[in-house]
Write a protein that binds this ligand. Sequence first.
Ligand code: GDP
Ligand code: GDP
Length: 462
Amino acid sequence: MAIVAIVGRPNVGKSTLFNRLVGKRLAIVDDTPGVTRDRREGEGRIADMKFRVLDTAGFEDAYDDSLEARMRRQTERAIQEADVALLLIDARAGVTPLDEKFAALLRKGNTPVLLLANKCEGKAGQPGLLEAYSLGYGDPIPFSAEHGEGLSELYDALEPFIPDDPKEIGSAEAILPEIDIDLTDEDAEVEAPEAGTPERPLQLAIVGRPNVGKSTLINRYLGEDRLLTGPEAGITRDSIAVDWEWKGKRVRLIDTAGLRKRARVSEKVEKLSAADTRRAVDFAEVVVLLLDAQELLEKQDLTIARQVIDEGRALIIAANKWDAVEDKQETLTKLRERLQISLTQLKGVPVVTLSAKEGRNLDKLLSEAFRIHKLWNKRISTAKLNGWLQGMVAAHAPPLSKGRRIKLRYVTQAKTRPPTFALFASQAESLPESYIRYLVNGLREDFGLEGVPLRLHVRQGK
Ligand code: GDP
Ligand code: GDP
């Protein structure tokens, strides 16, 4: 089983992360004197992914030696054994000199490092998230160990390092794709590997209120296509996934209780509860919000839609039972109007009309899912972005603040999934919301990012 080490200075949240990954499963405290006294090990899991976790927290309580020397030894030992290390920082505190020491220490070893900006829930972590780039480990993963946010990003990031458990999938072949972890050349316009391959299925969730037709739709997809992986392989406490293939592309349907039940007895897929919806959104890349086209877009639908956008997932609105709609044109117009008014934070969200019962537009829905997923993954070069910024400023200059013009110095794409941009400005705090909206709308239109949640962080630039 692959070994994942959790490292970082005291208080960044290592134990909290350990507990989150290992959960209630027995944490083995290995207390062989003098060897591993002060570290914990346990079996960690995220969804269907399993690994051993080494936690280096706690060693700071030892009383011999200097803190730094102990820390170094402990960390060196852990990363020697590990297949991959998770370097945690506290995004609320920003990057400290001690974090830098850890980063430098890890650079000496050969163990791949994933950088986690912990305590990122809410907005307080944003500045630290951007600072984390200075550690030289590429895109930091925004994370909250306490709230369990960022697990699906962590899952994706870990995936290349964690071989599938042969016992579980009944195949002795471990899939270990080569990955390029050199993210320093940000102008290279690196496109993330396209989804739909066996190594990288498109992670899709279908959510919606009871009775909108989720089971009918899921059964259509799974019934007509060959089921590649039985649900049993993915059963965990929290979620479950079924892989299937659509036009030669791999799709992983993320579901929860519903599919588990389907695995046992081939009866109707269970209704998704609100908590199930949250988990599905957590693990999915693209979320299909299924509506009953005969009913108006309800408050509950909008709540789910906002949740998807807030989590930065790609959203598709699918109006089901289109066969039963009398005035199709009018219904569609109304739906679009309603979306425009109620989902102002996301312009151009894709709308697909379909009939699960009659099997209409099912392909259309999936091709939209792949299309939007690609945009969600899109990376734009810094050169292009700054050329664009000049144009935006020339067309409409930022306002004055305290008698001086706010200067926009530099923009770069900090991460993908969803596209997230960092803008450096003089008097950053004073840049009005309306101007930020102008820029976000510009990004959306000029780079063809309609329908994808976008993030723009404004920072004080030198
Ligand atoms: P360790 O010393 O690195 O093992 O850190 P701990 O796991 O003991 O966490 C240190 C402190 O940070 C504790 O008070 C945790 O409750 C808190 N903490 C951990 N993770 C998070 C998080 O995601 N968000 C916030 N706000 N606090 C966290
Ligand atoms: P769920 O609760 O979201 O899983 O919804 P179901 O799949 O159980 O569907 C609820 C009801 O809507 C069932 O009676 C289905 O037959 C019906 N239904 C599902 N899809 C369609 C459709 O495309 N057209 C029509 N007319 N009825 C549908």
